[in-house]
Design a protein around this ligand. Structure first.
Ligand SMILES: Nc1ncnc2c1ncn2[C@@H]1O[C@H](COP(=O)(O)OS(=O)(=O)O)[C@@H](OP(=O)(O)O)[C@H]1O
Length: 398
């Protein structure tokens, strides 16, 4: 096992030292070489159906040093270039197998970063512990990226995914939503839990009978992220919102480049997100009651996510496209208060007076997600823009 390090003091064109004094670039990783191959150090954990394929593709396209896997056999599915499923399905095959799909290491070459974008890593319990064990001695080189989407939209996408995978789903979209919620509540009761419980995620209710599977528990982001925070420092985890990535793609990609520890590439920020795995446009949306049932189910879980992001344990999580310096302006936008009033109110309420990056994300979630969720529970979604927010500005999504 070895680290092939570029000259950290004087980075080359693709050197591994981030430009500027970006706070997350302090522990700049070099190329990690294991068993003669570039080992993945960038793990795009998911969530599944949240734009992970487009983000993966954009990260490769906009980062010179980013390398993906190559399928070893012609018979392997093409998505294996993106998703290794090593830490959920193939862990028993060992790290030598894992890295064998990545390029061989070359001494003196510019730093490169292997990426594994298996979006199941976030929702399948146990993967964080396996990553932690497998990267002993090299854990600081890892960067985890999580992209989150409104969980109700995720269910819509998931339904399409299940439909594609299993060719047909014998329930309609709206039945699927109601059935999922009903079965989840029943399952929770059987296991002494409630539908609000964080513990649902890693409980047997994770896998309801086909075709429901874990449609709902995939959107329980708080316990999923908390699990990664148990094994890794917050500073190694970046959060991206679906809406942020779609609306400010260039900024998000720039920020992620810095998070990874690369030099920021100069160039236009006006980049549009890749459009891969697009299906929802071909489908109808939930009707109002199905939408309300899912929204109701997810409400406490979104609250739990926001609460998690406000907790000190998440304080140093990297979040983009929000800058740590924008706390005051975001807070003012959310609450309508001046930044000084906001800081005073926060400290009176016991919250940290100076919002860290994760708290910023929490505020943005509240603005982009929770407010529209509450509004939508009493109004049916409007055609064409199911996420219209009262504050104007088109579709507010995460
Ligand atoms: N550029 C852009 N604009 C809008 N929406 C986009 C974009 N790129 C990806 N997507 C949507 O992301 C959904 C697919 O997510 P994933 O790639 O993570 O799916 S997967 O888990 O890898 O199967 C899938 O959602 P649904 O269409 O709702 O199914 C895609 O439409």
């Amino acid at each position: 096992h070895m680290l092939l390090s570029n000259d950290r003091a004087a980075p080359g064109r693709n050197g591994s030292v981030a430009s500027g004094n970006h706070p997350w670039a302090r522990h700049t990783p070099a190329t990690l070489c294991l068993h003669g191959h570039v080992a993945p150090t960038i793990l795009l954990l998911g969530a599944q159906k949240c734009g992970s394929t487009s983000l993966w593709s954009d990260l490769i396209k906009h980062n010179d040093g980013m390398v993906h896997a190559r399928p070893l056999l012609a018979s392997e599915p093409r998505y294996y270039a993106k998703e290794q499923h090593f830490f959920d399905l193939h862990f028993h095959k060992g790290m030598a197998f894992y890295v064998s799909r990545y390029p061989t290491c070359k001494r003196g070459a510019p730093a490169c970063y292997g990426i594994d974008a298996s979006p199941t890593y976030l929702r399948i319990p146990g993967t964080a512990a396996r990553v932690h064990a497998a990267y002993v001695g090299h854990r600081r080189a890892l960067r985890m990226i999580v992209i989150l989407r409104n969980p109700t939209d995720r269910v819509l996408s998931w339904y399409g995914h299940i439909g594609m995978k299993y060719l047909h789903v014998n329930v309609s979209l709206n039945e699927f939503a109601h059935l999922s919620v009903r079965e989840m509540r029943a399952c929770a009761a059987t296991h002494g839990l409630t539908a609000e419980s964080d513990e649902l995620w890693a409980s047997p209710c994770r896998e309801l009978h086909p075709p429901l599977y874990d449609a709902l528990t995939g959107g329980l982001y708080a316990p999923q992220i908390a699990e990664w925070l148990r094994w890794f420092p917050a500073s190694q985890i970046a959060l991206v919102t679906f809406g942020g990535y779609m609306n400010r793609t260039g900024k998000v990609l720039h920020d992620l480049t810095a998070f990874i520890g690369q030099r920021r590439r100069s160039g236009a920020l006006a980049i549009t997100a890749a459009r891969i795995n697009i299906r929802s446009t071909k489908r109808v949306s939930f009707n109002a009651t199905a939408h309300a049932a899912l929204t109701e189910f997810y409400r406490p879980h979104v609250d739990a996510l926001i609460a998690l992001l406000h907790r000190p344990v998440a304080e140093h999580m990297f979040s983009t496209p929000f800058s740590p310096h924008a706390a005051a302006s975001i807070d003012a936008a959310v609450t309508g208060r001046s930044s000084r009033e906001a800081a005073r109110a926060e400290s009176e309420e016991g919250a940290p007076a100076a919002a860290g990056p994760a708290s910023l994300l929490a505020l943005e979630f509240q603005r982009q997600h929770l407010t529209p969720v509450l509004a939508r529970s009493v109004r049916p979604p409007t055609a064409g823009c199911a996420h219209a927010s009262r504050g104007g500005g088109g579709c507010a999504r995460f």
